[in-house]
Design a protein around this ligand. Structure first.
Ligand SMILES: C[S@@+](CC[C@H](N)C(=O)[O-])C[C@H]1O[C@@H](n2cnc3c(N)ncnc32)[C@H](O)[C@@H]1O
Length: 287
């Protein structure tokens, strides 16, 4: 078998993905190579030559990615914090920018013992499970209203519990229902939420329109319908000194902080940018 330079296969993959309009072609080409080889991306330079079947497998995956199937659906996983979660059809793929929300939350929890944490709109369970990983003493609750998302969350929660993490408490519920988690009113240290927030009718990349569940991405009311309920829920769930962080559309850097400020019990309202400088999430503390 004529072994081939991996470098050339990655270059070819990058070219194909670039032509297909993929946003980060080199990144995806390298991650596909690592996935096919079953190694970490950092070890690619240690693999100068590969067998033809590896190149063929790469080609097949690149072909799918060129059709704009999300990279994470092809590899089967997405990372958040110190964990990975399995993802695929019917569940929202956790995004890198959500790391910032997680970091803010974990910072707030520093110095608090046995904190109570709630992840609203949990999807794959990524935020809840990343908190449980980082804070084994935390009691973490998570909720979603989509049975398919909850099945992924259950699968991921079982895998994390098997790996030794503190189990998260997973619930089926609608965050627009004012009775959800009523038993936790005034007891919660941290509310995290990455809700559906894209204004309906917004054009989104094909990876999103063809593969993320619409109810995970779009919200009525100019993108604010679910967020409005989450703000009310955070105000009732948080204990004094507790905090809420919620992701929002980059056009809502004014609107979401305004909704938070309208709640008298919430103080220290701030908006935060992502690494690209876009308004990305808002935070508040319970006074
Ligand atoms: C943007 S995804 C976020 C998933 C996960 N938190 C993450 O960051 O990867 C939004 C999630 O909210 C759920 N969702 C939408 N409307 C909801 C509602 N009214 N109540 C509960 N969950 C809802 C969707 O099913 C979806 O899983």
């Amino acid at each position: 078998m004529n072994r081939q330079p991996l470098r050339l296969a990655i270059l070819e993959a990058t070219r194909i993905l670039e032509q297909a309009g993929v946003a980060s072609p080199r990144n995806d080409a390298e991650l596909i190579a690592a996935h096919v080889l079953g190694i970490d991306r950092g070890r690619l330079p240690l693999t100068p030559l590969v067998d033809p079947p590896v190149v063929e497998s790469m080609r097949r995956v690149v072909e799918q990615r060129a059709k704009r199937v999300p990279l994470q659906h092809l590899t089967g996983w997405a990372a958040l914090g110190d964990i990975t979660v399995d993802v695929g059809a019917g569940v929202f793929v956790p995004r890198p920018e959500t790391e910032l929300l997680l970091e803010w939350g974990l910072k707030l929890l520093k110095g608090r013992e046995y904190p109570v944490v709630v992840d609203l709109c949990t999807g794959s369970g990524a935020l809840a499970l990343a908190v449980a990983r980082a804070r084994p003493d935390a009691v973490v609750y998570a909720v979603d209203n989509d049975p398919t998302a909850l099945a992924w969350a259950r699968h991921n929660a079982d895998a994390r519990a098997e790996a030794g993490d503190t189990p998260v408490r997973l619930y089926s519920g609608d965050v627009t229902d004012p009775t959800v988690f009523a038993e936790l009113d005034g007891l919660v240290d941290l509310v995290l939420c990455n809700p559906p927030y894209v204004p309906e009718g917004t054009e989104v990349p094909r990876e999103v329109s063809d593969h993320d569940p619409p109810q995970a991405v779009f919200a009525p009311g100019g993108g604010l319908a679910v967020i409005r309920h989450v703000v009310g829920m955070a105000a009732r769930l948080l204990k004094p000194g507790g905090g809420v962080a919620m992701e929002h559309d980059d056009t809502h850097g004014g609107a979401v902080p305004e909704l938070l400020r309208a709640r008298k019990v919430l103080t220290d309202v701030r908006d935060h940018q992502d690494l690209a400088g876009r308004a990305r999430f808002a935070t508040a503390l319970r006074g």
